[in-house]
Design a protein around this ligand. Structure first.
Ligand code: CTP
Ligand code: CA
Length: 228
């Protein structure tokens, strides 16, 4: 059965999505980053918007255009992403799809680090970045009703994702196998395991935009039966 053309179950709901990588500066020309393309997060933002939600997309550096109808904001670092996400609260739904760098360089320099003949390479000291998903999950009276995280894993995907859901305090986890060879990171397809309070759902491999639509419909189900 096809949904009616006015299938807008998320009208009146606010959603915040984080997407893409973060870049952590080393000096003005270098950074630490990761292979996230932002595709999955952007697709989720678009899918929620198409269901009527008011969507804010907080994006790390990507080559993608913001989906139609979405309020987009660009950030570089994990700390900027954290501030922008907290500033966008309150919301009903938060989806943390960003591949936030776990660490940043403790003191990025304002001038370019130069090679010094005869000297050994620089040693970078890393410090942990704030955990945006954990913070949003514990935000108190303003806590969004549905907080969803992703889990990028290369081993023991299900066990690690279940443990991650508990550790982060979020409601759902969408777990992906990102081992080399799966081509999930940066690729067009994804295979997800959805972990909720009710248990584990193994979804088939599908394009990232299809996964986004399916997740958006699943989110909408949580918000039916009661007015905004
Ligand atoms: N996340 C976040 N802020 C961070 C790190 C992660 O918001 N500083 C979010 C991601 O957006 C994702 C979830 O937490 O939704 C899990 O990210 P992941 O990298 O899989 O988990 P980590 O807790 O960082 O653990 P590890 O990388 O060691 O597996
Ligand atoms: Ca991580």
């Amino acid at each position: 059965q096809l949904p009616p053309p006015d299938h807008l179950p998320l009208v009146g709901r606010r959603a915040i999505i984080t997407a893409g990588p973060t870049h952590e500066p080393i000096d003005p020309v270098r950074f630490l980053g990761n292979r996230s393309s932002g595709l999955q997060g952007y697709a989720i933002a678009g899918a929620l918007s198409r269901l009527g939600a008011n969507v804010t997309l907080i994006s790390g550096p990507t080559s993608l255009e913001f989906p139609r109808g979405v309020n987009g904001a660009r950030v570089e670092t994990a700390e900027e992403m954290r501030s922008a996400t907290l500033a966008a609260l309150p919301a009903d739904i938060v989806v943390c799809a960003a591949a936030v760098a776990d660490w940043r360089v403790d003191h990025a320099t304002n001038s370019k680090i130069k090679k010094q003949p005869g000297q050994s390479p620089p040693v970078l000291t890393l410090v942990p970045n704030p955990d945006i998903l954990a913070e949003i999950s514990a935000v108190g009276p303003e806590r969004p009703r549905l907080v969803i995280g992703f889990a990028a894993e290369t081993d023991d995907v299900e066990e690690n994702a279940i443990a991650k859901r508990a550790r982060k305090g979020c409601d759902w986890i969408v777990a992906n196998d990102v081992s080399t060879g799966t081509n999930v990171m940066g690729g067009p397809q994804n295979r997800a395991i959805l972990i909720t309070e009710a248990g584990v759902e193994r979804w088939p491999r599908m394009p990232k935009d299809e996964l986004a639509s399916r997740l958006a419909e699943r989110i909408a189900e949580q918000f039916t039966d009661d007015a905004p």
